[in-house]
Design a protein around this ligand. Structure first.
Ligand code: BEZ
Ligand code: MG
Length: 559
């Protein structure tokens, strides 16, 4: 019965019924808990509008959890907190739950009381008006409230980083742990280490974490930053193999335009790390960077080690993005290969130790052909991989480019690389496959009334957000082929085939509603899901009805 129920709601079920299903049942329980614990943003942020009491309660609970306050499990305590109790009142009222002599706990309580007060006030409209008047704004840290309560009050002037101190000592250590997690996850599925990881680096997630993603790239290569006697970033150094305890993994890094603009010293750091690894006098089976660089030199007469060791790629100066998102949005493409080509065209500029971009398709193609997996971090619950079109533009784009580079080298038998997400939004972080990540986001957000009802509260824009999530989901299908068909079936049922929901959405935003239906039809045409005949004809009818409405034709109304 458990098996049947899990199957009926598209949870993953083993193909064969084991005699002893305990392991699977445990897995299922973990899957359900992951869904239950997923954090869900409620609607969009509205400037000048403070969160409701319930929203404040939800946020403060997550903050208290992240701060390690176990007493936060106590519902009455959290209610008292949001209702404005002071630290002294809380300590007195909850003396059994709280430990009066625990200094760290007292500080946590102080932070939570302060956060509750600041969350209830509006500082943003004021801040915006001051900025527009060209007046002074207090500087403040930016980033995720769950990671850092000092982000409050918002409405101040965000400052991001000290470029001489990134990656920080903490990020270097965290980078090693997250890199180990990624390697362990890959080994669990493939019984071997990956030779090459294609990693996407953005600017914002590095700013919010003092450089954890870039430190992960260094850790994979077995490298670390080097600082001068003033503590300023001076370059890269290699961690000795004996200390590293595993081979150096090759890493092809693609940068966002924002990373390129904000972090020029870190670009040179990464390029130097790859160069040092390629030149290290080490056995090639212990150093995949060197192994691949030597192979490139052997195949390309007249090339140099400087060139063969190029591993940092991005747009040229002044250009942003891979344009894969624009192709998907406009539907102006025939074959998935156009998407991979757009990516390599845009991101084919190599950044060497000098930090200046030079187009180098040859090294990029060669490095991409050796990629075992593609990978990007997710840094904040505010955005998932289906919330904005830039995740599939960068990580999806490179995944498709890898498949095409493999086709070119090995012929059509070459397989798509597995795609992984390092979810750093809660706790110690967890590595998920893209398939798992899209399933989790679809269940906890798109299909979840708590999420889509909050979106629909925004009216016109809420419907557009729902349409954008669907389009982004199709962007993942187009670039990776790793979205399960049930995702489309359930989205179709929830937003198009349910007459009441369809009517509501069409009232709020007829254009985006028609786009939702058309995108689902496009997904069938492109073979990302194959609905049964009944679903298909209902979808076609609904799509026509929505189009008619756009053109001003409504059934039952006089012409
Ligand atoms: C970045 O921080 O690099 C970035 C942010 C949003 C979209 C794309 C890139
Ligand atoms: Mg259109």
């Amino acid at each position: 019965m458990i098996r049947e129920q899990a199957q009926s709601i598209d949870l993953s079920v083993p193909a064969h019924q084991a005699a002893e299903p305990t392991a699977w049942i445990e897995q299922l329980q973990n899957q359900l808990l992951e869904l239950e614990y997923a954090l869900i943003p409620e609607g969009l942020h509205v400037m000048g509008q403070a969160p409701t009491r319930e929203q404040r309660l939800g946020t403060l609970k997550v903050m208290a959890d992240a701060m390690g306050l176990t007493a936060a499990q106590n519902a009455t305590l959290m209610e008292a907190l949001v209702d404005g109790a002071s630290e002294a009142q809380l300590s007195a009222q909850f003396s059994t739950e709280l430990n009066a002599s625990d200094k760290a706990q007292a500080e946590t309580l102080r932070q939570l009381v302060r956060s509750n007060r600041l969350l209830g006030e509006d500082h943003e409209m004021q801040g915006l008006m001051r900025a527009l008047d060209g007046r002074y704004l207090q500087p403040a840290p930016g980033g995720d409230l769950i990671r850092n309560a000092n982000v409050l009050p918002t409405g101040r002037n965000l400052h991001g980083l000290d470029p001489f101190r990134m990656p920080s000592a903490f990020a270097v250590r965290d980078g090693m742990r997250q890199a180990d997690k990624l390697l362990a996850r890959y080994q669990q599925d493939h019984q071997a280490l990956p030779e090459t990881v294609a990693m996407v680096l953005w600017g914002t997630d590095n700013l919010k974490t003092e450089g954890s993603p870039m430190a992960q790239a260094l850790a994979l290569m077995g490298a670390a930053p080097r600082f001068d006697s003033y503590g300023r970033l001076a370059g890269a150094q290699l961690i000795p193999l004996a200390e590293l305890g595993r081979p150096r993994i090759d890493v092809v890094i693609t940068l966002s335009g924002i990373f390129r603009d904000l972090l020029p010293m870190q670009i040179r750091l990464l390029a130097e790390a790859a160069f040092l690894a390629a030149n290290a006098d080490e056995p090639v089976e212990q150093n995949f960077v060197r192994q691949h660089a030597l192979a490139y030199l052997a195949e390309h007469e007249g090339s140099t080690m400087e060139c063969a060791a190029l591993r940092v790629f991005g747009n040229t100066e002044g250009a942003y993005g891979a344009n894969v998102n624009h192709l998907i949005d406009s539907s102006c493409w025939e074959n998935e290969n156009e998407l991979g080509d757009a990516f390599t065209q845009r991101k084919g500029f190599a950044y060497g130790r000098e930090g200046r971009p030079v187009r180098n398709t040859s090294v990029l193609q060669s490095a991409l052909a050796s990629v075992s997996l593609t990978y990007q971090n997710l840094d904040s619950v505010e955005l998932g991989v289906t919330s904005i079109d830039t995740y599939f533009d960068t990580l999806g784009g490179i995944s498709r480019a890898v498949l095409q580079a493999k086709h070119q080298r090995d012929g059509n038998a070459a397989e798509a690389p597995p795609v992984f997400i390092g979810d750093q939004t809660q706790g110690d972080g967890v590595v998920r496959s893209l398939t798992e990540q899209v399933a989790l986001e679809t269940r906890s957000r798109m299909l979840n009334p708590k999420w889509h009802e909050s979106m629909l509260q925004h009216g016109y824009e809420g419907v557009r957000q729902i349409e954008a999530h669907l389009t982004n989901t199709m962007g993942w299908s187009a670039t990776t082929g790793q979205v399960q068909p049930w995702v489309y079936q359930q989205l179709a049922q929830t937003f198009v085939l349910d007459p009441a929901m369809r009517e509501r959405m069409a009232q709020l935003n007829p254009t985006a509603s028609a786009k939702v239906a058309n995108r689902l039809l496009e997904a069938t045409r492109r073979q990302y899901w194959q609905p049964d005949a009944e679903t298909m004809s209902a979808l076609l009818r609904a799509g026509e009805e929505l189009e008619d409405r756009l053109e001003g034709i409504q059934e039952g109304l006089p012409a």
